[in-house]
Structures are given as structure tokens and as C-alpha cells.
Design a protein around this ligand. Structure first.
Ligand SMILES: Cc1ncc(COP(=O)(O)O)c(C=O)c1O
Ligand SMILES: [Zn+2]
Length: 392
């Protein structure tokens, strides 16, 4: 294939996140077979890269296209994802006695969640590589996003989702023209089903971090956060972690921004938030060698948090360690209350996953991990409208 690099992409390499072995980014890649770990892109980053490199005409994540791995702009599949607002949420901030509390609200993304970011880049890459069919195991939002972006790109999409997922998530996939398969179980069972359907390699498997492109799209949240705070990042970022692409991606962005000198001050502590019904990060930290043996994951009303065996576990643990962050596990019962609280106090109907981040802040504030003066950013990763049957 002849690449023209006319997107201005600075992409340099694709390598194993564990041992660093290189993989050809001009060919179709999934994960690093050398160590069975995710692959990660790196870029030609130098201190003299000016902010003029940003594509200021871009009304989407593609404003930052030089830090994305698409080599030719004609392959970009965009529905206007990203550039989501960050606002100060003073009323709920008062409740926990945190003076500088901000919300990055991802609900305005196409298909109502931050999954649009990753799928915009991944589907663009599939188009660039000439792939015609893709399959995804999903807790809901990634499936809807893949259905929409695939349609836009003329690619066939098959979505595998737990049967208990709220109805809207299933309906939207059908409306976008995707094929949907329901499975009794959690996302790992959907993953097994995807593997079985793909035994002849007919599809590109879009499972979280088993391909390297979605992470790059999610990463742009980190660029946007840095730009909003004028390159002086908040003290804490609370992220609702499932497979972890957002957590890993935001941290990757900050490290890229340090390399080019746009961020000079200290980095935030990254707080990964999970539900007590399914908290594999907590399990892995408590019992690193045999956490899987007695682990009994269950569903959550925050569907996206019920990811029992994340492929990117090591990368998530690394973000928590490097940032001197925390894993915070919250009780399921309080999620619903928090969704109602945000609606009534702030006028935003947040997703249960987003609600979990506020409960985690409350917990860490009470433990004096977070102080009154700290600048804190919560991520509302999706729209609460799709979950109404879970939270009413
Ligand atoms: C609204 C929402 N928040 C958070 C997550 C977790 O995202 P990740 O798997 O990238 O950690 C999901 C995943 O489905 C989600 O839909
Ligand atoms: Zn390796």
C-alpha cells in the first residue's frame, strides 16, 4: 500500500507494551503476540513542536490529528466526536467540600459516549487498511459507536452484548444497521463468543486493547484536558475504569505532552473507579498472583464497569503506580442516588459510570486523600439517557 502521510501524522512506531518489540504499523495489527499484551503507538516528539501544528479548523478529535495514527486524511471517519466541555460543578462540589471541582462531560459525543473517540480512529484505520468487516464484544456504548462509525465508513459491523444491557443500547445498533448478538453473561462471555465467530479470521476484532487504534482516539481526552487547563493539569482525575482505554490513553497523552514540552508542571494523580460488584483492579492489587481464582464478578448498573478480566490490566496498574494514584471501589447502591443528585443539582443526567466517580471523590475526600483546595476533574464518560431503565 502506498501511504502519503498527508494527515501530518507524526507516527513513528508501533510496539509491544511489555518488551518493546516493534510491529509494522502499515500492516493490520491486533495485539503484541510476543508477550500477549497490547500494542502502543509512539510518535516523533521533539521539544520544538509548536502549537501551530494543531489543526485549528478541526471541530473534533482530528484537531490533534498529528498525534493520531491515520496517515492519509481521506481515510478519516468523523461524526464530530471530541472537544467536549469542561465545566465547574460548584453545587455538588460544595456537598463534598471541594472548591475546584470540574466535570468533563462526554455525553455530547456522537452516540452519547466517549467511545465515539476510539471508534472514530479505529474505523478510520480499518478504512485505511481496506478492512470490510469488524466484530466487537461490548458493555453497550462501544457497540453503538462502532455501529455508527462502521455505517459511515461502509464497513459491516457485528456487535455482541450482554442480554441484560438496557434496551436503547441494543436498539441503536439495529437502527444503525449493525448485526447484534445477545449473550447471557458479561463482556468476557461476549469476548469468547466473538472469538468463536472469528475462528476463521473473517472479522477485525475490535475488543478493548486487542487492537491499538481505539486507545489513540481516547487519548485525545488528555490533550483536551491539558489545553482547557492551559497546560497546567488538575491535581486529581477520576476515571470510571472498565477495560481502561481512557485511563491509559489520558496518561499516554500527558506523557506525550511532556515530551514536546507543552506540559511542564506536575501530573495529576489518576484515580481508577470500579464497582464493588466487579473490581478486578482491586483484586489484582490485593492478590497479584492468584486473584482470578476466587474472583466472582457480577453485573453493575454502570454497565461499562463490569469488565472482569481487562486485557490492559498491567497498563492500568502502571498508570496508578506512576501517577501515585489510587483504585477506588464504590458500592453499587449509591450509584443511582448520585445520578439523581447530579440531575437535580447540576442539570446534567450523567451516566452511572460518571456517577461512580463522584462517589469515589466523596470517599477519598473523607479519607483526606483529596483536600478542599485541590483541583479535581471527574469524567462523565456517557449520557445517562441511555440508562434510564437502570436508574429510574
Ligand atoms: C459510559 C462508560 N464509562 C466507562 C466505561 C469504561 O471504559 P473503558 O473500558 O475504556 O475503561 C464504559 C465502557 O463501556 C462506558 O460505556
Ligand atoms: Zn513483547
Amino acid at each position: 500500500m502506498n501511504y502519503s502521510y498527508n494527515s501530518g501524522s507524526l507516527v513513528e512506531n508501533l510496539s509491544c507494551s511489555k518488551c518493546g518489540q516493534g510491529y509494522n504499523f502499515k500492516e493490520v495489527q491486533t495485539f503484541a503476540t510476543c508477550c500477549e499484551k497490547p500494542l502502543v503507538f509512539s510518535y516523533h516528539l521533539r521539544e520544538d513542536i509548536s502549537k501551530n501544528i494543531l489543526n485549528t479548523n478541526g471541530q473534533s478529535i482530528w484537531k490533534y490529528r498529528c498525534f493520531l495514527p491515520i496517515l492519509d486524511t481521506k481515510h478519516i471517519v468523523s461524526l464530530g466526536e471530541g472537544l467536549t466541555p469542561i465545566t465547574k460543578i460548584e453545587k455538588v462540589g460544595e456537598l463534598v467540600n471541594v472548591e475546584h471541582l470540574y466535570l468533563k462531560d462526554e455525553s455530547g459525543n456522537p452516540t452519547g459516549s466517549f467511545k465515539a473517540r476510539g471508534l472514530s480512529v479505529a474505523i478510520s484505520k480499518l478504512k485505511e487498511l481496506g478492512i470490510q468487516k469488524c466484530i466487537i464484544p461490548t458493555a453497550g456504548n462501544a457497540g453503538g459507536a462502532m455501529a455508527a462509525y462502521s455505517t459511515k465508513a461502509g464497513i459491516e459491523a457485528t456487535i455482541i452484548m450482554p442480554r441484560h444491557t438496557p434496551k436503547v443500547f441494543k436498539d441503536e445498533c439495529e437502527i444503525y444497521g449493525a448485526k447484534i448478538i445477545l449473550v447471557d453473561g458479561l463482556i468476557n462471555d461476549c469476548g469468547n463468543k466473538a472469538k468463536q465467530l472469528n475462528k476463521d479470521g473473517d472479522y477485525f476484532d475490535m475488543s478493548t486493547l486487542k487492537e491499538p487504534y481505539r486507545l489513540e482516539g481516547k487519548k485525545i481526552m488528555g490533550y483536551e484536558i491539558a489545553e482547557y487547563f492551559d497546560w497546567d493539569l488538575p491535581d486529581f482525575i477520576f476515571y470510571p475504569a472498565g477495560g481502561g482505554t481512557g485511563l491509559i490513553g489520558i496518561w499516554k497523552a500527558f506523557k506525550e505532552l511532556i515530551k514536546i514540552g507543552w506540559i511542564k508542571n506536575k501530573l495529576p494523580k489518576m484515580i481508577a473507579v470500579q464497582s464493588s460488584t466487579c473490581a478486578p483492579i482491586q483484586e489484582a492489587l490485593t492478590n497479584p498472583h492468584n486473584w482470578k481464582e476466587h474472583f466472582k464478578p457480577e453485573a453493575s448498573i454502570a454497565n461499562g464497569l463490569a469488565v472482569p478480566y481487562p486485557f490492559g490490566m498491567d497498563l492500568m496498574l502502571n498508570v496508578i503506580k506512576e501517577s501515585e494514584g489510587e483504585i477506588c471501589t464504590i458500592q453499587e447502591e449509591k450509584i443511582k442516588e448520585t445520578v439523581h443528585l447530579f440531575s437535580k443539582k447540576e442539570g446534567v443526567l450523567i451516566s452511572p459510570e460518571g456517577a461512580a466517580t463522584f462517589m469515589a471523590l466523596n470517599k477519598l475526600k473523607n479519607m483526606n486523600v483529596v483536600s478542599k483546595e485541590d483541583r479535581v476533574l471527574l469524567l462523565n464518560t456517557g449520557s445517562g439517557y441511555k440508562y434510564i431503565e437502570n436508574v429510574i
